[in-house]
Design a protein around this ligand. Structure first.
Ligand SMILES: C[S@@+](CC[C@H](N)C(=O)[O-])C[C@H]1O[C@@H](n2cnc3c(N)ncnc32)[C@H](O)[C@@H]1O
Length: 292
């Protein structure tokens, strides 16, 4: 049977989520991750979790929430659950205009500042890195900016996500054409190794990136991330409500070193959630700076 027919069948057989079950599961997800699933996206839970209910032989979403809360294998199930409920859309060199602003006004500034201080430590945090395309893009941009002199730098990119599947994919570092659709050809030639299964990120980029699971709703885990000169958190806070946005942005503020930069997705702003950052408005995008 074709895979699509099979999944349609599964959807037909899996139970609908009741209003009460949706409210309970929505709250559970919010309490754990800060992700707020609005009523109009209820279908997402049914589409993504319905087949799992069938697989586990459960009759209702209430039973599934109970299993997530108190089941004997709840930790394992939670990993699966996070991989299912997160939206992981990403690509290499996503939003070229914004990356141009980043390169000219953030990266160059930070590198020049570090150079003046004769301090070649550099830390970038990619928070909500999905399958690795964003931190590896930053690694490539660092190589492009520093060229041979990168050897003298202690540059690290910490990259985290809530989804174990995405972190596993990032660790694998193998990508298809779709992930590279906006990446300049010469960059693909110089920073990827062509294999039968796709394009593998070059080890010289991979070694700059430390991958790991982090829940941005976990204050202690946020505090353990080394202090950063630059934080990228693009297309992540759109999934949070105002209270969670505020909490995460405060965490980023604390993590950033004085004069550090915060880069959000092009449709995301922080003016409602924090007045502590100075916005730098450029054609192509806004970046936020912590006072020096
Ligand atoms: C749409 S992707 C964005 C990926 C990348 N930053 C980009 O812009 O291409 C959003 C990512 O945020 C992650 N995410 C959502 N909530 C999170 C949380 N509470 N903690 C850590 N990561 C989270 C998701 O798992 C997902 O991979």
């Amino acid at each position: 049977m074709a895979a699509s027919t099979q999944s349609t069948l599964n959807l037909r057989q899996s139970p609908p989520i009741s209003a009460k079950e949706f409210t309970e599961l929505r709250q559970f997800i919010y309490d754990l991750s800060g992700i707020d699933i609005p009523e109009r996206r209820k279908y997402l839970l049914e589409n993504r979790l319905g087949p799992r209910l069938l697989e586990l032989g459960l009759r209702t979403y209430g039973e599934y929430t109970m299993l997530l809360r108190r089941g004997p294998k709840k930790d394992e199930e939670l990993k699966f659950f996070f991989s299912k409920i997160t939206t992981n859309e990403t690509s290499f060199f996503r939003d070229l205009k914004q990356l141009d602003v980043f390169e000219k006004h953030v990266l160059q500034d930070v590198l020049a500042e570090r150079g003046k201080l004769d301090d070649k430590n550099l830390h970038i945090w990619s928070a909500g890195c999905s399958s690795g395309e964003e931190p590896y893009t930053l690694g490539i941009m660092l190589h492009e900016a520093l060229r041979m002199s990168i050897i003298g730098w202690k540059a690290r990119i910490t990259a985290n996500d809530l989804s174990p599947d995405m972190i596993a994919k990032a660790r694998e570092g193998l990508y298809g054409d779709h992930a590279l659709r906006t990446t300049p050809k010469d960059i693909v030639n110089r920073y990827f190794l062509k294999e039968t299964g796709g394009y593998r990120i070059h080890p010289k980029v991979k070694k700059l990136v430390s991958l790991g699971l982090i829940n941005l709703n976990d204050k202690l885990a946020m505090k353990r991330v080394p202090r950063s000169h630059i934080i990228f958190c693009r297309n992540v806070i759109i999934y949070f409500d105002d209270a969670m946005k505020q909490k995460v942005i405060a965490g980023f503020y604390d993590n950033l070193l004085p004069g550090g930069y915060l880069v959000l997705g092009h449709s995301e702003t922080i003016h409602k959630h924090s007045l502590a950052f100075k916005p730098l408005i450029k054609p192509g995008g806004i970046v936020y700076r912590k006072e020096a």
